[in-house]
Design a binder for this molecule. Structure first.
Ligand code: ACM
Ligand code: ZN
Length: 599
């Protein structure tokens, strides 16, 4: 028998706004009933999802019942009430008598359910019922945009995996799935008016598979049909996730130009490049055909995606071709534009106008600020936070997604322990340290920061397993930044709760990274004294670190790390983390104290 439910330390991620643990527990058992207003189709679907979720986690599937037919008090109640906790907030009461979740909207009830899942014991037998500790929770998110972007342009992922990705997002109370559907290396969405986008643009013969120059000659490709997109969007809706499609323009579109070279400045011909690199060839801004094409593409896109916001890309569009193109130069003249940056602004503004006419708003990467921001555009700040600050000061909505803290394609541990990545270094602690509201902004300007997003670019992410690995647990740190109140920011407590979250990942099948267990070194050299002080750290909770200085592999028989220690010249320290007597990290290795004479 495990701990009594009331003695269990709670481990909800993201941390709720108010949480009070009470005496006792509710025992979920075979006769438990989920009670809700079954005249409401949305609540009915949610209750069914809840019953299934409880079954998958505990083996117990409660019956569904409307309030009219329920006689016992021993129920799990999902109730819509007028409330002051906003569209996504909820109140949750767990007591010996039952569980009650209340919210103004079903979104809030969905988040109450996610919290209930995180109150369940993990890995205990359900023979005698499942004890859910008594709590009182009042919760709502800090930010409205809590997003993750997945790049499916570099590698295609199946609809099944996309649904899992959405499930994982939703279990972290995130609510935006930014689907990066267009890249130089692959066009991934069916457009019925331009069939070559999927017959031609979705496929490539070879790929720069490894960092460096290794080319893999396995043909790769795939795309999502309208049917697929509808399935994904409906799936996401039932988990309160908005799917924001990204249709890149004017750059990152070589795949489209391979199929329709007449949309370029030079006329082509083109092929999909083997190397990952920014491509010079982009849509011609002086050619009316380009706008006809994009309006057809976007007309199909807006029909498929209920999201009010459509991402139009806008990043990394070199201006070389526009500078040399008579049509582009003619456009600059005709429109009285100053240069190619203003031509880009013309391009984006024209697309914005079209999408506004369809009832949509645009968001773009921060390059869309160059040459003048389109009047109603939102900005996704990725090259640091400067673009976000500039846009917020101009009273445009902003999503913060800087490479420094939000690029989950970067290494998350010691690079020599990690699978191939694009570069950079973004360990869990750094993600968690991020504060999305720039202090440079006034409180009034800060209102324009809609939220925060992690980006999973796919150049070196070839499989669902690796995609899980790169996304979690950094996605958990992101979720907490995006949802939890600033007063709850507490790294030690986060990594304590994360230990349970790892078990939940195993339960649902997320191939999360264990990089947080890796030891990293902080070394302070004392040159005069020819010695160094060595501090060993991890991104895990109360790590048990064992280390050696004699070249041997660390084991439970090695010295245990208790605090900073000194080493003299030419020492190689090897250190690894153990948990419950088992090694949970590879040995990190660092040679130090190389005080060579400089004169
Ligand atoms: C980007 O990373 N090119 C937005
Ligand atoms: Zn041109």
């Amino acid at each position: 028998m495990g701990l009594q439910a009331q003695d269990r330390q709670l481990s909800i991620i993201p941390q709720p706004l108010e949480l009070e643990q009470k005496q006792g527990a509710y025992i979920l058992h075979e006769k438990s009933i989920i009670q809700f207003d079954d005249s409401d189709a949305e609540l009915t679907a949610l209750a069914e999802l809840f019953a299934q979720g409880l079954f998958e986690r505990t083996g117990i599937r409660p019956q569904l019942a409307s309030p009219r037919s329920v006689k016992t008090a021993n129920t799990l109640t999902l109730q819509l009430t007028s409330d002051t906790l906003g569209d996504e907030g909820y109140r949750l009461t767990v007591s010996e008598d039952g569980i009650t979740a209340r919210a103004a909207k079903a979104n809030g009830l969905f988040y109450a359910i996610q919290s209930i899942y995180q109150l369940l014991p993990i890995g205990e037998s359900a023979n005698k019922g499942v004890a859910i500790p008594a709590v009182e929770i009042m919760d709502k998110p800090r930010f409205g945009w809590r997003g993750l972007m997945l790049d499916v342009g570099r590698y295609f992922y199946s609809v099944d995996y996309i649904k899992k990705y959405i499930d994982y997002l939703a279990m972290h109370k995130m609510n935006v799935f930014h689907w990066h559907l267009v890249e130089d290396h692959g066009w991934r969405i069916e457009i019925k008016s331009y069939p070559k986008l999927t017959d031609v643009s979705a496929w490539r013969p070879s790929t720069n598979f490894q960092r460096g120059s290794y080319i893999n000659h396995n043909p790769h490709g795939g795309y999502y049909s309208h049917e697929d997109v509808r399935e994904v969007v409906a799936y996401a809706q039932s988990r309160y996730v908005t799917v924001v499609p990204e249709i890149e323009l004017p750059g990152h579109v070589l795949s489209a130009l391979v199929a329709y070279p007449e949309l370029s400045c030079t006329g082509g011909p083109f092929e999909i490049p083997e190397q990952w690199a920014i491509q010079q060839d982009i849509y011609c801004a002086g050619n009316e055909q380009v706008f006809t094409f994009l309006e057809s593409v976007l007309s199909e896109v807006v029909e498929l995606f209920p999201s009010e916001i459509i991402h139009i890309g806008g990043d990394e569009a070199p201006k070389d071709r526009w500078k040399a193109c008579p049509k582009c130069q003619q456009r600059i003249k005709d429109e009285g534009l100053k240069d190619e940056h203003e031509l880009q602004s013309y391009f984006i503004t024209r697309i914005e106008k079209f999408l506004n006419s369809k009832g949509k708003r645009i968001i773009g990467w921060d390059e869309i600020l160059e040459g003048g921001l389109a009047p109603n555009a939102a900005v996704m700040s990725w090259r640091g936070i400067k673009g976000g600050i500039e846009a917020a000061r101009m009273h445009h909505p902003v999503v913060m997604s800087p490479t420094t803290h939000m690029y989950f394609d970067y290494f998350q541990g010691e690079p020599y322990h990690e699978p191939n990545a694009i570069g950079g270094h973004l360990p869990l602690r750094k993600v968690y340290s991020y504060e999305p509201l720039p202090e440079e902004l006034t409180p009034e300007e800060q209102q324009y920061i809609m939220g925060v997003q992690g980006n999973v670019w796919g150049e070196y992410i070839h499989s669902p397993d690796k995609c899980d690995y790169m996304t979690y647990p950094r996605g958990a740190a992101l979720a907490e930044i995006a949802w939890s109140a600033m007063k709850h920011k507490d790294w030690e407590d986060f990594i304590r709760r994360l230990e349970d979250q790892y078990l939940r990942y195993e339960q649902v099948g997320i191939n999360y990274a264990k990089s947080a267990y890796q030891v990293y070194f902080e070394v302070e050299d004392d040159v005069a004294g020819k010695k160094s002080a060595v501090t060993l750290k991890t991104d895990s909770y109360q790590p048990e670190i064992y280390y050696t200085v004699d070249g041997s592999e660390p084991s439970l028989d090695s010295p245990k790390y208790h605090g900073p220690f000194e080493v003299a010249e030419y020492t190689t320290v090897r250190a690894a983390t153990f948990k419950d007597g088992k090694r949970v990290s590879p040995a990190s290795v660092r040679s130090m104290v190389r005080f060579e004479k400089t004169e």
